[in-house]
Design a protein around this ligand. Structure first.
Ligand code: 5GP
Ligand code: MN
Length: 334
C-alpha cells in the first residue's frame, strides 16, 4: 500500500468518488464517512457514500445522512455508483469481508482503492492509504487528512459534527487509552469553530426509546453472567431475547461495556444470535489483547481493547465454546 500522500494528485481535479465503511456501522464509521463525503463535495467531487447496511437510529441526525445509500435497500444504485466511480475510499475497516454483501464487488473493482483506518493488520488489498492503529478514531484520521490538504478552514459545522461523532464514540467520550493529546487538540479546534458538543452527545447517547431502556434492564438482570475469579463478564442474547423486546439495530450498542463498570472486571463479551451467524463483541481494560483473542478463536479482529468476531456454529454451541476458552486462558486476564 502506497502512502496516502501519493493518492492526493488523483484529487486535483473533480472525480467521481465511492466511499464506504463497515457493515453494522457505528458512530466512527458513519461520522468519518460523512465528514469525508461532505468535505470532498466542497472540493468539487461527486461523492456517493454507501453504508453496507442499516444505519442505527442514533446516527440518523447526522448531516448528509439522507443522501447516503443503504446498500441493502439501494443495491442497484450503489453498484452503479461503484461501477462509474474513478476512485474508491474505504473508511474505518481494513478487510473487505467487514462490508458483508459488498465484499465481492469491492474485490472485483479495478479503480484505485484508498484506505483510511485505525484497525490492526490491514489486508494488502488497497493501492493507497493510511493505517494507524494508535489513532483514536477514523474521524481523527479524516481530520488529519483535511489538514494535510491545507483545508482546515473548509471544516464547517456539519463536517465538524460528523468527525467529532467519530472521535467521541471511538474514545468512549474521551476516556479510553487511545484518547491522545491530538484527539483533545482536534476537539479543541472543532470547538473553536463553534461545535455544539453537548447537542452531539445528546443526539448519540440520550436518544433511547423507552423500549431500549427496559431491554437494558432485562439484559442486566437476566442475561449477564459475571465470573469474578476470571475478571470476566458475559452477556448472551438469543433471537428470542431480541424479539421479546423487538430490539432494533442499535439497541445492543454499548451493552458489551457494562460488565467493565464492575470493580475487578477486565474482560467483557457480548454474544448475539443473528439470522446468519453468531456475533461476538469483546472489550477489555488494561493488558488483555482482545484483538488477538478475536483473531485466534473467533475469525475476527479489531483493536487491542475492542474487537469482534463470529462463529458459524449455533448460538448455544458458541456459548459453550466461549466458556471453555475463557476457563483455559483466564490466567491472561488480570
Ligand atoms: P463491535 O464489537 O463494536 O462490533 O466491534 C469492536 C471493534 O472490533 C470495532 O472496531 C470493529 O470494527 C472491530 N470488529 C468487530 N467485528 C470484527 C470482525 O469480525 N473482524 C475484524 N477484523 N474486526 C472486527
Ligand atoms: Mn473506528
Amino acid at each position: 500500500m502506497r502512502p496516502i500522500q501519493d493518492a492526493l494528485p488523483l484529487l486535483q481535479q473533480p472525480r467521481k468518488i465511492f466511499i464506504t465503511t463497515h457493515h453494522k456501522p457505528d458512530g466512527d464509521a458513519i461520522g468519518s464517512m460523512q465528514g469525508l463525503a461532505l468535505y470532498l463535495r466542497l472540493k468539487g467531487h461527486k461523492v456517493t457514500a454507501v453504508s453496507p447496511g442499516e444505519i442505527p437510529d442514533f446516527l440518523n441526525w447526522m448531516p448528509g445522512v439522507a443522501a447516503m445509500l443503504n446498500y441493502e435497500e439501494h443495491q442497484n444504485q450503489a453498484l452503479q455508483a461503484l461501477k462509474e466511480c474513478d476512485l474508491i475510499i474505504c473508511v474505518d475497516f481494513n478487510d473487505f469481508n467487514r462490508t458483508k454483501y459488498l465484499e465481492l464487488h469491492l474485490a472485483a473493482a479495478t479503480q484505485p482503492k484508498i484506505l483510511i483506518d485505525h484497525h490492526l493488520f490491514p489486508k494488502p488489498v488497497w493501492d493507497y492509504g493510511i493505517s494507524i492503529p494508535e489513532k483514536s478514531s477514523t474521524g481523527e484520521m479524516v481530520y488529519d487528512l483535511i489538514n494535510l490538504m491545507g483545508d482546515n478552514e473548509l471544516i464547517d459545522l456539519d463536517i465538524a459534527a460528523c468527525l467529532y461523532t467519530g472521535l467521541m464514540t471511538d474514545t468512549g467520550s474521551f476516556k479510553f487509552p487511545v484518547t491522545s493529546a491530538s484527539a483533545h487538540a482536534m476537539a479543541a479546534d472543532l470547538k473553536s469553530k463553534g461545535l455544539d458538543h453537548t447537542r452531539i452527545h445528546e443526539e448519540v447517547y440520550d436518544s433511547w426509546t423507552e423500549g431500549r431502556m427496559r431491554f437494558l434492564g432485562y439484559v442486566l438482570i437476566e442475561k449477564m453472567e459475571i465470573f469474578h475469579k476470571y475478571h470476566a463478564g458475559l452477556i448472551t442474547l438469543s433471537r428470542k431475547d431480541l424479539n421479546l423486546f423487538n430490539a432494533q439495530s442499535g439497541d445492543t450498542e454499548g451493552l458489551v461495556n457494562y460488565p467493565l463498570s464492575i470493580s475487578g472486571i477486565k474482560f467483557a463479551t457480548l454474544i448475539t444470535e443473528r439470522s446468519d451467524e453468531v456475533k461476538l463483541s469483546f472489550r477489555s481494560k488494561g493488558n488483555f489483547d482482545v484483538s488477538a483473542f478475536a483473531r485466534q478463536y473467533f475469525d475476527g479482529g479489531g483493536h487491542f481493547n475492542a474487537s469482534g468476531g463470529r462463529t458459524k456454529t449455533t448460538f448455544p454451541e458458541t456459548i459453550v465454546y466461549f466458556k471453555k476458552i475463557l476457563s483455559d486462558i483466564h490466567a491472561q486476564i488480570k
